[in-house]
Design a protein around this ligand. Structure first.
Ligand SMILES: Cc1cc2nc3c(=O)[nH]c(=O)nc-3n(C[C@H](O)[C@H](O)[C@H](O)COP(=O)(O)OP(=O)(O)OC[C@H]3O[C@@H](n4cnc5c(N)ncnc54)[C@H](O)[C@@H]3O)c2cc1C
Length: 384
C-alpha cells in the first residue's frame, strides 16, 4: 500500500499535519479563509513540488509518492483540496511545455515563489461537455487575446498562475470536437490588472472556489503550452493524474472516518455497554473498511500504470469512482456511529463529511465515469 511503500514520507507528513488540528480548520471555516500557513508549510517541506524533477528544484519523486502524500494529508484530518492541484496541473508543463517554460516556471513553483494552483477548464454553459467550452483565445501578432468565463476555478484568488484551456479554433471549424483547444500558462497577477475578474463562490465547505471572467486578456504567445489546437490531449493526461491523486485523497478520508468511527464505538457506552458491541454499529464500519481496501488496491494499480507510462484511463476512472464511494460510505458510517455528536463542529466529522462529498461530483461525476466504462471499456453504444 502507498502508506507502506512511502512509510517515512507519510510519517513526516503526518507530523506536519499534527500542527494543523481540527480547531485550525474550524477557525478557517468560520472566517471563510484559505489555509495559507498549512500550504506554506507543505511547500517549505517540499511536498507540493514532489513531482518536479530535481534539475528544476523539486524532489523528483515518483507519482505514487505524491499519491501517498495526499492520502496521508486526508488521513490526518487535514484538507489537501487547498493545494492538491499544483501536483497534477504541473504535469502538463512538465510533459508538454517548452524548455524555456520549464526553466522559467518550475524552479519558482518548487520554492513556492510562484503558486500554480488554478486549473481553468469548467465553464457554466458547457459543464462536463468540455469540448463545447466557449472561452476563446484569438491570436494577434505575438500574443493571444482571451475572452470568456470559467466557473469553479478553485484557488484562483491564491494562485499566481492558471493553466487555462481555451478554444483557438471554433468547434464548427474542426474535424473532431477535441481539436482546436489550446492550453496556456496565464500569469494571473498580470491578468488581474488587465481584464480578468475573479468572483468567489460560497460553497458548503471551505474550498476557495471562484468564477473567473476574461475581457480581452492578453497572453503572450510564448505562454502557449505545446502546439496550438492539441490542448485537449494535454489536459486529458493531466486529468488521469488528477483522478488518481484525488482517489488517493478519498482513501485517506475513508481511513480517517473509519478510525474515528471505530475508536468512538469502543468508548461510547449506552445501555451499559460500548455501542461498538452492537453489530448494527460494527457492520457499516466494517463494510466501509472493505470498500476502502478494494479502492486502495485500484489506486495503487492506477498510479503504477501512470508512473510507467502505460494507458491508465480505465484504472484512473475506476479508482476515482470506487475511492469516492468508499469515502462517502465511511463518512455515513461515521456520522451514524457518532449520533448527535457528529453534528457538532468540534469533532470534525461534519466538516469532513461535507468535504468528502465533493469527490462524487468533481473533478468528474460518477455518471460520466460509468459512461466511460460502458462505452470506452465495454464498447457499448455512445450515449452522447
Ligand atoms: C467545489 C468545486 C471545485 C471545483 N474545482 C474546479 C477547478 O478547479 N477547475 C475546474 O475546471 N473545474 C472545477 N470544478 C468543476 C467540476 O469539475 C464540475 O462541477 C464537474 O465536472 C461536473 O460538471 P458540472 O458541475 O457542470 O455538471 P454538469 O455537467 O452540468 O452535470 C450535472 C449532472 O448531470 C450528469 N450528467 C451530465 N451529462 C450526463 C450524461 N451524458 N449522462 C449521464 N449523466 C450526465 C452529471 O453526471 C452530473 O451529475 C469544481 C467543482 C466544484 C463543485
Amino acid at each position: 500500500m502507498l502508506n507502506q511503500d512511502y512509510a517515512q514520507i507519510c510519517e513526516e507528513v503526518a507530523k506536519l499535519c499534527s500542527g494543523f488540528p481540527g480547531e485550525y480548520w474550524q477557525k478557517l471555516e468560520r472566517q471563510n479563509a484559505y489555509p495559507a500557513e498549512f500550504v506554506d508549510e507543505l511547500t517549505r517541506a517540499g511536498y507540493l513540488s514532489a513531482l518536479i524533477p530535481e534539475e528544476y528544484g523539486g524532489s523528483g519523486l515518483p507519482f505514487s509518492a505524491a499519491a501517498a502524500i495526499l492520502e496521508e494529508i486526508q488521513r490526518s484530518g487535514c484538507n489537501g483540496g487547498a493545494c492538491h492541484a499544483q501536483m497534477y496541473i504541473m504535469g502538463a508543463i512538465l510533459r508538454h511545455g517548452s524548455d524555456e517554460q520549464k526553466r522559467k516556471y518550475l524552479p519558482k513553483i518548487a520554492t513556492g515563489e510562484l503558486r500554480l494552483q488554478a486549473f481553468g477548464v469548467t465553464e457554466p454553459t458547457s459543464g462536463t461537455d468540455t469540448t463545447s467550452l466557449k472561452t476563446f483565445a484569438r491570436r494577434e501578432g505575438d500574443h493571444y487575446v482571451v475572452n470568456g468565463q470559467k466557473i469553479w476555478t478553485s484557488r484562483a484568488e491564491y494562485s499566481d498562475l492558471m493553466l487555462l484551456l481555451a478554444r483557438t479554433t471554433p468547434k464548427d471549424q474542426v474535424a473532431k470536437k477535441t481539436e482546436g483547444l489550446s492550453v496556456f500558462i496565464l500569469d494571473m497577477q498580470e491578468a488581474k490588472n488587465a481584464g480578468m475578474t475573479i468572483r468567489p463562490i460560497r460553497t458548503m465547505m471551505n474550498h476557495a472556489t471562484t468564477e473567473v471572467f476574461f475581457d480581452n486578456v492578453k497572453v503572450p504567445a510564448e505562454n502557449l503550452v505545446g502546439e496550438e489546437g492539441n490542448g485537449f490531449r494535454y489536459i486529458l493526461s493531466g486529468m488521469n493524474a488528477e483522478r488518481i491523486l484525488i482517489a488517493a485523497e478519498c482513501v485517506g478520508d475513508a481511513k480517517w472516518f473509519i478510525k474515528k468511527a471505530s475508536d468512538y464505538s469502543k468508548e461510547r457506552v449506552v445501555f451499559g455497554r460500548p455501542i461498538g458491541q452492537n453489530q448494527g454499529i460494527q457492520f457499516p464500519i466494517a463494510r466501509a473498511y472493505a470498500q476502502m481496501r478494494a479502492a486502495e488496491l485500484m489506486v495503487v494499480e492506477a498510479a503504477r500504470r501512470y508512473e510507467q507510462g502505460e494507458s491508465c484511463g480505465e484504472e484512473a476512472n475506476i479508482a476515482k469512482m470506487l475511492a469516492a464511494e468508499a469515502s462517502w460510505v465511511a463518512a455515513e458510517a461515521c456520522v451514524q456511529t457518532y449520533g448527535g455528536f457528529a453534528f457538532a463542529e468540534e469533532y470534525d466529522v461534519e466538516r469532513k463529511f461535507r468535504e468528502t462529498r465533493l469527490y462524487q461530483v468533481a473533478p468528474i461525476s460518477t455518471n460520466l465515469i460509468l459512461s466511460f466504462i460502458a462505452e470506452h471499456v465495454l464498447g457499448m453504444p455512445r450515449s452522447y
